[in-house]
Write a protein that binds this ligand. Structure first.
Ligand code: BDR
Ligand code: CA
Length: 312
């Protein structure tokens, strides 16, 4: 019997909700974050890398940070600075981290770590799937070495958040998403529509953010812009997409309803580029390649966030 922690590799584009997910991962006693691989997405790569390094510094962890793709595979895409701030962390003007990023490219780091932790690695993708697609192009055997892959992305009935039909992470790089969803035999998916069903009250979040910890203080400051934006546009509940995906990743037994189905990514549509087409009635005969999170234990989810913010 071994108590070894599960190695966890997080591919991310921080991003305010990415940061909350990272706090949850750093706080989890059963997982060891072995690397952060970084893509452009919410904002440009320079900022997403700087934000990852800063968050590690605030948390006192020395997790290596690997910069990856600075653009989608094929077509340019619009970022989400209007949600996260121009620097992706609420434009607070924080002092940059003293530590630097690694020289190794994110895609190569993903492949190397998949060998070092073959059969054990939990891969969690919280941003556009560009780095993972690049890794798959370099080595299509990657999925064979991944124990579990969890993705935040998609809108399973086409209620998109960045276009009427598409969710941001998939719409940012649909070609990469197509590569990833075609390559992994099964992906555990926390989509945007699940996120909408698991919002938490701003007034609760404000209470959690008042915890006496550096993590809560830093997070209160970098999330102020996006919380104000969300309150104004979406009402009393705040939706932290990547945090829900991380809850599903860290504590899968908190899932109360999960549906397996085939999912394909639309890359060519005029109105629907980046949409994720779920074959709900299994008409295509394609194998189920996603486990779609429909419902997660809300109390458990909120408890994980609260603890992660209060951690020192
Ligand atoms: C996803 O898009 C990004 O803006 C968030 O960080 C999250 O990963 C939600 O659609
Ligand atoms: Ca993200």
């Amino acid at each position: 019997m071994t108590n070894a922690r599960i190695p966890l590799l997080i591919d991310t584009d921080p991003g305010v909700d990415d940061a909350l997910a990272l706090l949850m991962a750093f706080d989890d006693p059963c997982h060891e974050v072995v690397a952060l691989t970084i893509a452009a997405g919410n904002v440009g790569l320079q900022h997403t890398v700087a934000n990852a390094l800063k968050l590690c510094e605030v948390c006192g962890v020395d997790t290596p940070v690997f910069p990856g793709a600075d653009a989608p595979l094929v077509f340019p895409a619009r970022d989400a600075a209007y949600v996260h701030g121009r620097d992706g962390f609420g434009d607070t003007g924080y002092v940059p981290a003293s530590r630097k990023a690694q020289a190794e490219h994110a895609a190569l780091a993903i492949l190397r770590l998949s060998h070092e932790h073959a059969g054990k690695l939990l891969l969690v993708a919280l941003g556009p799937l560009t780095n993972i697609a690049l890794a798959l192009k370099l080595d299509p055997t990657l999925p064979l070495r991944i124990k579990r892959c969890v993705v935040m992305g998609a809108a399973v009935t086409a209620h998109g958040n960045i276009t009427p039909a598409a969710e941001f992470n998939i719409a940012f790089d649909p070609e990469a998403a197509h590569i990833v969803f075609s390559a992994f035999p099964k992906i555990d998916l926390a989509d945007w529509e699940a996120v909408l069903a698991h919002g938490f009250l701003h007034e609760d979040a404000e209470r959690w953010l008042a915890a006496d910890s550096d993590r809560a203080r830093f997070y209160a400051s970098i999330s102020a812009h996006t919380r104000a934006w969300s309150k104004q546009g979406r009402g009393e509940r705040w939706h932290a997409a990547d945090a829900l995906a991380m809850a599903f990743a860290l504590q899968p037994d908190g899932a109360q309803d999960v549906l397996g189905r085939p999912l394909a990514v639309e890359t060519a549509g005029v109105h629907a580029r980046g949409a994720t087409i779920v074959d709900w009635n299994r008409q295509t005969g394609a194998p189920d390649n996603v486990n779609i999170l429909m419902r997660y234990d809300q109390q458990r989810f909120e408890g994980m966030i609260q603890r992660a913010l209060a951690a020192r």
